[in-house]
Design a protein around this ligand. Structure first.
Ligand SMILES: [Zn+2]
Length: 928
């Protein structure tokens, strides 16, 4: 009898589970909304299976499978086929599994599958490619030598039971994969493939929009060819840690300035208990962030910045339970204190943490998440399910991650009983920590020391901290809600409330049918970003506010409601998203907190330092990113560079911040929108409450103009950005004189027509750099286009000459393409512009952007797409000539000269912006 999957009631997909004659397990998925078709194959073979003298073999094999098969012998043919058909492909190798996946446009799916299947039936392992691919594995290894995660991972491997397969080096490199006397690596490769790649150890998931019958037939024909030798997976039944590796503290020196403590309790595998999820339950208590939680108490006392509970490596016979702390300087010198408080909290959980209602809260959240999943991409569905098929029974392939059958107190207690001083490992990461050895391959400095009995005893000397408590019932969690019935589907948001201070938009969504909504509240206040100093303070305020909200809003976050506060040119925006039911309450909490004027001095000092560090750190950003950011700060009247804001922020005091807030809140104008499962009546109620509150706060203000600096009639204007990097970079911006739809269509089309040629010419052929491109850039509703290059080999002058030469040749190139290509270019762009949004989030965000862009008919992009078909080549060329080919075209050139090009001729023009504030002050302004 065929087994059936438990499917979410709101899942529109159709599933078919089969086992082929060669024991390959297959899941076929029909997703009517899929715009691409996808496939994923997960093989139960991984780094743990590497031969001891050939570490990295599983990974190397993953690379080699892509490089030619019997039927498609040319290396690169698969990759080319996929990308020519609008798809993508990739693979990964993990400790116990390896996965291959791709997506592609539907009409190329069968051909893609034919190629994909060949990896598993007839790979060539072409001799001539072995060396090149080994080098690419080696460079992958070298590229991560400075990556702390990898560096710590190697230390972890060296501090476990050396007989356990986890101890093996997993990536591989030139040395582990070399050709030895009489033992070429290719022989080992073929051996490995033959012994481990067996159909019975593979799971295949295919996703497409079309009916499944023809696909099923094709799968039988193609994938039954995969060899089955009833591979039997046997990993050694040895403990991950023997007594030698327990009760130790590992000190590790990072490259980044991190300070971190991890307490690890090794547990056996708990996979069999996935139906009850004892660890999910425990992590819910230990990782809680509300009042009285472990995190709250340790943060209050200044020991930690962040806590996370429940992570840690996980495999066939092991699971590390980690409680990790990001430490402050004080925390680093108080590690034993932190451990002591942690054990107090664990005891609290053991003594009074077993309540049905707590489990049920968690259960309800997962049940709701299962029921109302947002649409995922076909390739993500395929990848996810192909892994799940290895872990869960058939009925749980979709449901396993969410299933919580009930509180099994016995098993939770059994787990908790392993949280002891004898079953513990500590790891401490800090910049100046004492070390006495180096990890193999990565040279990570580290040291191991046993934890003494006296030290362990000290962990229990502390008196119980009376502030510690278990979480209260979560008021944001409501019962399972169904989305409200339709109110007659309106095509787009409507204004339901308007006066001189507030405009409120509403759209009840009936399309995605989930009890979720997005609520935006944009506050405009002239004082927010009037000057650089004001903008710096506003941003500091947003950070302080967000910090002060962490504990208060934790319960809401747990219940699936999230929020984000961010600045915009006219002020700041609150964006709430997630399940309806608690959103009104959460908004009230946010607004209440936003009005407070009593930020503590200590938090002010800490957060100010954090913000300063981050702004000053913008020096280290890639040169091209600094030019992107300079583009907005040069042209938007109310945007300022992070470094300029940092200068101002240095001298800002807490009093000044409070004073600034009085000014900001004295005049407000608010634009708000709720999109999703809110009825009109609910939205009207919200609008009225918001209006009452605004009256209380201050006077009505007006909308802050989003002004853009005009570069019309100026010729080429240059601005040099200070360099902190070896590479040079350039960004050339052309601005539209007006913002009518036709101009949008022309700039969009120009970018679309030009971008791949530009990339091909300047990156591939001239090899000027890796980051090369063009982009359509609408700024404050004004269309424009940019050309950019970051280059290790050329200075700004040479880069500008290359761009100008390209532009001057492009008109001719455009004349050369066939009519058919031209029409295809236009229709591809039209499709891209009018693509449907696949989930509520994307849809809501797009509507909000339309409101910001004053596109109140919400139809701008359809209109732009429609205009494309009438643009002919001559018109586009004329458009380009007028704007870009005149002797001194109106444009802005931003550039930075890298340290390796200091001897090259500098880029200089007649018009140079040296005093940005002065330039912006005198400039003509565009305001659409
Ligand atoms: Zn790789």
């Amino acid at each position: 009898m065929p087994q059936t999957l438990k499917i979410s009631p709101n899942d529109p997909r159709e599933y078919r589970h089969l086992v082929l004659s060669n024991q390959l397990t297959v899941l076929l998925v029909r997703d009517p909304s899929a715009s691409k078709s996808a496939g994923a194959m997960t093989v139960k073979v991984g780094q743990f299976d590497d031969p001891c003298d050939r570490e990295g073999m599983a990974h190397f094999l993953e690379h080699m499978l892509f490089l030619g098969t019997d039927k498609y012998p040319v290396a690169g043919e698969y990759q080319q086929f996929i990308s020519q058909n609008g798809g993508s492909h990739n693979a990964w190798t993990g400790p116990e599994f390896t996965s291959y996946y791709f997506d592609v446009k539907p009409d190329a799916y069968h051909e893609a599958l034919d190629r994909f299947c060949q990896f598993f039936t007839a790979p060539l392992f072409d001799e001539h490619l072995v060396d090149k691919e080994r080098q690419s594995v080696d460079s992958e290894f070298k590229m991560k030598l400075q990556d702390d995660t990898r560096r710590f991972y190697q230390v972890h491997k060296e501090t476990v039971n050396p007989l356990h397969p986890f101890s093996k080096f997993s990536v591989g490199n030139q040395q582990t994969l070399d050709d030895r006397d009489g033992q070429p690596v290719r022989d080992a490769l073929i051996d490995f493939h033959q012994s481990h790649y067996s159909a019975n150890l593979m799971t295949l998931v295919l996703v497409q929009a079309e009916p499944l019958d023809p696909l099923e037939q094709l799968v039988h024909e193609q994938f039954s060819q995969i060899n089955n030798h009833n591979g039997d997976k046997q990993l050694p039944d040895l403990p991950l840690y023997s007594d030698n590796e327990l009760g130790i503290e590992i000190s590790i020196m990072p490259i980044k300035k991190a300070r971190q403590l991890t307490i690890t309790f090794p547990l056996g595998s708990l996979d069999d208990w996935y139906r009850h999820k004892p660890l999910t339950y425990l992590s819910y208590l230990l990782g809680h962030e509300g009042e009285g939680s472990l995190m709250s108490v340790l943060r209050q006392d200044g020991y930690i910045v962040q806590l996370s509970a429940g992570g840690g490596i996980n495999g066939y016979n092991f699971k590390d339970y980690n409680i990790s702390f990001q430490l402050t300087e004080l925390g680093l010198t108080s590690i034993d204190h932190i451990i002591a408080v942690t054990f107090q909290f664990i005891k609290l959980v053991a003594d009074s943490g077993f309540d049905q209602w707590r489990y049920q809260e968690r259960q309800l959240l997962l049940e709701r998440a299962f029921r109302y999943q947002e649409q995922a991409k076909p390739v993500d569905i395929a990848c996810h399910l192909a892994v799940n098929m290895h872990h869960y029974d058939v009925e749980d392939i979709l449901y396993g991650d969410y299933r919580m059958d009930g509180l099994e107190e016995g098993i939770v207690r059994q787990v908790l009983a392993q949280f002891t001083i004898d079953n513990i490992r500590l790891s401490v990461v800090a910049p100046d920590i004492k070390t006495d050895q180096q990890a193999k391959w990565y040279d990570t400095p580290y040291a191991i020391s046993p934890i003494s009995a006296e030290r362990k005893a000290r962990w229990f000397e502390l008196e119980l901290d009376s502030r510690l408590s278990l979480p209260e019932p979560n008021e944001y969690i409501s019962d399972l809600l169904d989305p409200r019935p339709s109110e007659g589907n309106k095509p787009s948001p409507e204004v339901i409330y308007r006066n001189d201070q507030l405009v409120f938009w509403h759209k009840k969504d009936d399309e995605f049918n989930v009890p979720k909504a997005h609520l935006f509240v944009a506050l405009d206040s002239d004082n927010c970003h009037k000057t650089c100093r004001a903008a710096a303070i506003t941003r500091l305020y947003i950070n302080l506010l967000t910090d002060s909200l962490t504990e208060i809003t934790y319960a809401a976050e747990v219940a699936g409601l999230s929020y984000n506060i961010y600045p915009h040119q006219g002020g700041l925006t609150l964006h709430l998203s997630g399940f309806t039911g608690g959103q009104e309450r959460l908004l009230a909490v946010l607004l209440q907190q936003a009005r407070q004027r009593n930020f503590p001095q200590t938090r002010f000092d800490d957060i100010k330092q954090q913000v300063l560090r981050s702004w000053n750190g913008s020096r280290n950003a890639r040169p091209i990113s600094r030019l992107f950011s300079a583009l907005t700060t040069t042209l938007q009247q109310r945007s300022y560079s992070p470094l300029d804001m940092a200068d101002e922020l240095e001298t800002v005091t807490l009093d000044e911040l409070h004073q600034h807030l009085d000014e900001v809140y004295s005049n407000l104008r608010v634009e708000s929108m709720v999109y999703g499962d809110w009825t009109r009546v609910e939205a009207e109620g919200q609008a009225e409450r918001l209006q009452l509150l605004l009256k209380e706060i201050g006077q009505p203000g007006s909308e802050v103009p989003r002004q853009l600096i005009s570069i019309d009639d100026k010729g080429t204007v240059f601005r040099e950005i200070e360099s902190f990097h070896q590479d040079s970079a350039i960004l050339v911006y052309y601005q539209s004189r007006s913002n009518d739809l036709k101009k949008m269509a022309l700039f969009c089309l120009l970018n679309h027509a030009i971008s791949s040629d530009f990339f091909h010419e300047l990156r591939t052929k001239q090899q000027l750099g890796y980051m090369v491109g063009t982009s359509y850039v609408p700024m404050n509703r004004c269309p424009g286009i940019i050309f950019y290059i970051q280059s290790p080999v050329a200075g700004p002058l040479q880069l500008l000459e290359a761009i100008d030469q390209f532009i001057s040749d492009f008109g001719y190139a455009l004349m050369q393409i066939s009519n058919k290509q031209w029409e295809e270019t236009k229709s591809a762009l039209a499709n891209q512009i009018s693509e449907q949004d696949s989930n509520l989030k994307a849809k809501a965000q797009r509507a909000w952007v339309s409101i910001g862009g004053k596109d109140f008919s919400f139809s701008q992009r359809q209109k732009v797409a429609a205009l494309l078909s009438n643009i002919d080549r001559a018109e586009l060329i004329r458009f380009m000539m007028e704007r870009m080919r005149s002797r001194d075209p109106n444009r802005l050139v931003l550039h930075t000269s890298g340290s390796s090009h200091s001897d090259m001729t500098p880029l200089k023009g007649a018009q140079q912006i040296t005093d940005l504030a002065g330039f912006k002050h005198q400039a003509k302004l565009l305001e659409f």
